[in-house]
Design a protein around this ligand. Structure first.
Ligand code: FEO
Length: 178
């Protein structure tokens, strides 16, 4: 079944959205590297890799559906943050934006009755729910820690224990084996 042209365009846009997201997290990792928070830097780096894997999953899907891949430029991300809390607040906004994008894509897939695309997008909707929860949990704990350096360093150490192998949160082989 040929992929609907509107859906094809939106899936291509989503490759760009995910790569942009990867770039945002890489910028956050770079910012954290200039602070004492090596654990948060590692967390952001792992998240950047995960977003790249998301982009590649959309790329592979377009290829598998015999659709044309069209890559767009990636905008420069914000490079500076005021605090760990500020960075994670931006992370939450980023994830909420992506959730909205995937939700909109799902609606189009439903309109054109493309069930394979709906299946792919359901995987992403679940992934987004998990990512938003992870970031919200971190924000809750950052709020509790406030300005206390000892508490912040405990959270930093915890963030640094996140696997950096590209799978993220212990999922072997990365998202959907992409
Ligand atoms: Fe792939 Fe977290 O958006």
């Amino acid at each position: 079944m040929t992929l609907n042209p509107k859906l094809t365009n939106l899936l291509n846009e989503q490759i760009n959205n995910e790569m942009s997201s990867s770039y945002v997290y890489l910028a956050m990792a770079g910012w954290f590297e200039r602070t004492p928070y090596a654990g948060f830097a590692q967390w952001m780096f792992a998240q950047s890799r995960e977003e790249t894997m998301h982009a590649l999953k959309f790329y592979q899907y377009l290829v598998d559906r015999d659709a044309t891949v069209e890559l767009q430029p990636i905008a420069q991300p914000k490079m500076d943050y005021a605090s760990p809390m500020d960075a994670f607040q931006h992370s939450l906004m980023q994830e909420e934006k992506v959730t909205q994008q995937i939700n909109d894509l799902y609606e189009v897939a439903e309109q054109v009755k493309d069930h394979a695309s709906k299946n792919l997008l359901l995987w992403f909707l679940n992934e987004q729910m998990e990512e938003e929860k992870t970031v919200r949990d971190m924000l809750d704990r950052l709020k509790l820690a406030g300005e206390d350096p000892a508490s912040l360093l405990v959270l930093d150490r915890e963030a640094g224990s996140r696997p950096s192998g590209g799978g993220g949160r212990g999922k072997p082989g990365g998202p959907g084996g992409a």
